[in-house]
Design a protein around this ligand. Structure first.
Ligand SMILES: [Zn+2]
Length: 89
C-alpha cells in the first residue's frame, strides 16, 4: 500500500532591529530608489512543517522593506562606512 504524506519544508527568516540609532533606518535603497533600507539582525532557519529547526544563515544585513534588496555587513565600522555618505550635509 502506498501512503502519500506530503513533507512540507522550507526556510524562514527572522529579522530584528540592529540597534536604535536613527541613522541606521530610512537609508537610500540602490535598487528601488526609496528611503526604506534599515540595518537588521537576520536569522534564517530550515523549517519542517513550519517549525524552525536548523539555523542556516545568521548575520547583519541592510534590508529594504519595499523591494527586499539586502546586503550583508560585518560590524559597526563597515555599517558606518556604508551609511556615512548618506548623512545630510
Ligand atoms: Zn528597495
Amino acid at each position: 500500500m502506498f501512503l502519500f504524506i506530503p513533507l512540507i519544508c522550507g526556510t524562514r527568516e527572522f529579522n530584528s532591529a540592529y540597534d536604535n540609532k536613527p541613522e541606521h533606518v530610512g537609508l537610500y535603497c540602490p535598487h528601488c530608489h526609496n528611503n526604506s533600507v534599515a540595518a537588521v539582525k537576520s536569522k534564517e532557519f530550515f523549517t519542517f512543517y513550519y517549525i524552525p529547526l536548523v539555523p542556516v544563515h545568521w548575520g547583519k544585513q541592510l534590508r529594504c522593506s519595499i523591494c527586499s534588496w539586502k546586503q550583508d555587513f560585518t560590524g559597526d565600522a563597515e555599517l558606518d562606512n556604508m551609511t556615512g555618505y548618506q548623512k545630510p550635509q
